[in-house]
Design a protein around this ligand. Structure first.
Ligand code: AMP
Length: 494
C-alpha cells in the first residue's frame, strides 16, 4: 500500500465532505485527491524524478499539506523545513539532504536546481494533466526526511519510509485516536512540520476534517476549536500553559463551547501542576504521547483515563504494537524501578540516518532496537517514567534545542572564548535556553544576545547570557554543562 492509495480511497469514500479547512478556505476529499494528483504530475513535469529530495518551506496552511501529499504520490522525498529557523539553518538542510527541489513561501534560502515559489502553485496545478499521479515506491524507500539536532555535530536527518508512515497511522488509530469518525475534527494549531503533521492521515482515512490554524495563540486555538467543534488536537506542553493563562479557555470550557475528546500533548516533559490544572479546566481529555523523530510520536502513551494524580509523572504504557525495553549500559533488560536507557522497536521507527552510517550504527541495533537516549524506569504497574535525557538537549516550547548548535553560534562572536548552554526549568516554556560565556574583551551580554539573532532561530537564542570569569572544567562523571546548570540552579534557590 502507498500513502497515495489512502488519499485516493478517501477521495472516493468521502468525496464532498471537507478534508481541509483553513480560515474561509475549504478543500473537500475529492478536491484534495485531485489537487495532490495534479501537483504531483506537475512536479514530475518540471523535471523532478522519483527519489529526489524536495525541501518544503511553507507556513501552516492547506498549500503545505497539498505539497506534502503531492510529493508522496509522485515518488519524491519530502524534506520539511521549520519556518521559524533562519535561512542559514535552512540552507544547511537543503545542502545536507542534497535536495534537487525546493517549494518555498517567501525568499528561497539557498539555490537549488528546481525552485518553486509557493505563489506559482495554483498555476502549476491548473496547468497539470488530469488523472492520477501514482508513482509507487518500495515500502522501505525514503518517503520523508525529518531533521533532528545532535549534541555533537550538526543536525541529521531521520529517514522515514512508507512502511514507517503506515505503521505510524496504525499506531495512532489503535491507541491514541480509536474513536475517529467522519464527524471528528482535528485542530492543527502546532506546526505541521512537527508533531501535528502526524495527525493528518489518521483523520483523513476516517473521513474526518483537518482544520489548520496558521499560528498558535490561545485566541486562535479557541476560536477554531469552537467554530469547527474540534474533537482532537495536538499541542506541546508550552501551549497548554499558554491556554491556561488565558481566562477565555476556562470560560469556553465551562460554557460547553468546546467539543474536545482528545487533547494530545507530548514532545517534552510537562509540569504536573500544569497538567493537573489543564485537566481541571478542560476535563479528562488529555492523552500524552512520548516519541521522538526516530520513532515518530509512538513509544508510549498515557490515556485520558490513566491521568490519575499518582500517574501524572508517567509517560504511559507502550503503544500496543510498539516494543519498549529499559536496558543497562551492558544491554541487559532491567526490571521495575531500575534506571536505564529506553529502547524501542517497531515498524514505525526510522530506517536510518541520512548519510550518517556511524550515527545509525550507534543508535540502531542490527535487530532493530533503537536507542532513544532517554533515561527511564518502569513502575510496578508497567508505566514508564522518564527521568532524564542522556544527551543535554534542551526542550523549549516543544522545540528541541541542541546546546552545541547554540554554543557554536556564541563562539562565532570574536570576544567569546568559551560557552556552555543549558536549559533552566521554566513553567511556561518547559526550559529556557541560558548561556554562560567567558569573554576575552569587554563586551555586554546584550551584544552577545543580539549577535545570536542572525544565526539562530528565535527558539534557540539564549534568553539570558551570563558572563563568567571561567567555566568549570569537566570533573569526572559530570559534564561541563551539567555543572554549569547546577551552579545556576543552586544560585537561584539561594
Ligand atoms: P524530537 O525528536 O524532537 O521529537 O524529541 C524527542 C525527545 O523529546 C524525546 O527523546 C524525549 O526526550 C522528549 N519527549 C518527547 N515526548 C515526551 C514526553 N511525553 N515526556 C517527556 N519527554 C518527551
Amino acid at each position: 500500500m502507498q500513502i497515495g492509495d489512502l488519499i485516493r480511497r478517501a477521495g472516493r469514500q468521502f468525496g464532498a465532505a471537507p478534508a481541509l479547512i483553513d480560515g474561509e478556505r475549504v478543500v473537500t476529499f475529492a478536491e484534495f485527491d485531485e489537487l495532490t494528483d495534479r501537483l504531483g504530475t506537475a512536479l514530475l513535469a518540471r523535471g523532478l524524478a522519483p527519489g529526489d529530495r524536495v525541501a518544503v518551506l511553507m507556513p501552516n496552511g492547506i498549500d503545505g499539506v497539498v505539497v506534502y501529499y503531492a510529493l508522496a504520490k509522485s515518488g519524491l522525498v519530502r524534506v520539511p523545513l521549520n519556518v521559524r529557523e533562519t535561512p542559514h539553518e535552512h540552507a544547511y538542510k537543503i545542502e545536507d539532504s542534497q535536495a534537487r527541489g525546493l517549494v518555498h513561501a517567501g525568499e528561497a534560502p539557498a539555490e537549488v536546481e528546481i525552485a518553486i515559489p509557493a505563489d506559482d502553485l495554483p498555476a502549476l496545478i491548473a496547468g497539470a494533466a488530469p488523472g492520477p499521479c501514482d508513482v509507487r515506491r518500495d515500502q522501505d524507500a525514503p518517503l520523508r526526511l525529518a531533521y533532528t539536532g545532535g549534541t555533537t555535530g550538526r543536525p541529521k536527518a531521520v529517514v522515514l519510509t512508507t512502511r514507517s508512515e503506515l505503521a505510524e497511522v496504525a499506531n495512532f488509530l489503535v491507541d491514541l485516536l480509536p474513536n475517529l469518525r467522519p464527524d471528528s475534527v482535528m485542530l492543527h494549531a502546532a506546526p505541521i512540520t512537527h508533531g501535528s503533521g502526524a495527525f493528518f492521515l489518521p483523520h483523513l482515512v476516517k473521513g474526518a476534517a483537518n482544520v489548520i490554524v496558521p499560528k498558535f495563540s490561545p485566541a486562535a486555538f479557541l476560536e477554531a476549536a469552537q467554530k469547527h467543534r474540534a474533537t482532537s488536537t495536538f499541542v506541546v506542553p508550552t501551549m497548554i500553559a499558554m491556554l491556561l493563562e488565558d481566562p477565555a479557555t476556562a470560560a469556553a470550557s465551562s460554557s460547553g463551547a468546546l467539543a474536545l475528546e482528545r487533547l494530545c500533548y507530548g514532545g517534552a516533559p510537562i509540569a504536573t501542576t500544569v497538567l493537573q490544572r489543564g485537566i481541571d479546566v478542560l476535563g479528562p481529555v488529555f492523552a500524552q504521547l512520548y516519541g521522538q523523530a526516530e520513532a515518530p510520536l509512538a513509544i508510549t502513551c498515557l490515556q485520558p483515563w490513566e491521568h490519575t494524580p499518582e500517574r501524572l509523572t508517567s509517560a504511559g504504557k507502550p503503544y500496543t504494537f510498539v516494543e519498549v525495553d529499559i536496558r543497562d549500559a551492558e544491554g541487559r533488560s532491567l526490571g521495575v524501578d531500575q534506571v536505564g536507557e529506553v529502547l524501542t522497536r517497531g515498524p514505525h521507527t526510522m530506517d536510518h540516518y541520512w548519510r550518517r552510517p556511524e550515527a545509525t550504527a550507534e543508535t540502531k541495533e542490527p535487530d532493530g532496537w533503537l536507542h532513544t537516549g532517554d533515561i527511564g524506569r518502569w513502575d510496578a504497574d508497567g508505566y514508564l517514567h522518564l527521568l532524564d535525557r542522556r544527551h543535554d538537549v534542551i526542550i523549549s516550547g516543544g522545540f528541541n534545542v541542541y546546546p552545541r548548535e547554540v554554543e557554536d553560534a556564541l563562539l562565532a562572536h570574536p570576544a567569546v572564548v568559551e560557552a556552555a548552554v543549558v536549559g533552566i526549568p521554566d513553567e511556561k516554556w518547559g526550559e529556557r535556553v541560558t548561556a554562560a560565556v567567558v569573554t576575552r574583551a569587554e563586551v555586554g551580554a546584550d551584544e552577545i544576545r543580539d549577535f545570536c539573532a542572525g544565526r539562530l532561530a528565535g527558539f534557540k537564542r539564549p534568553r539570558a547570557v551570563e558572563i563568567w570569569p571561567d567555566l568549570p572544567t569537566s570533573p569526572v562523571g559530570k559534564s561541563l554543562r551539567r555543572e554549569v546548570r547546577d551552579r545556576m540552579l543552586s544560585r537561584k534557590d539561594a
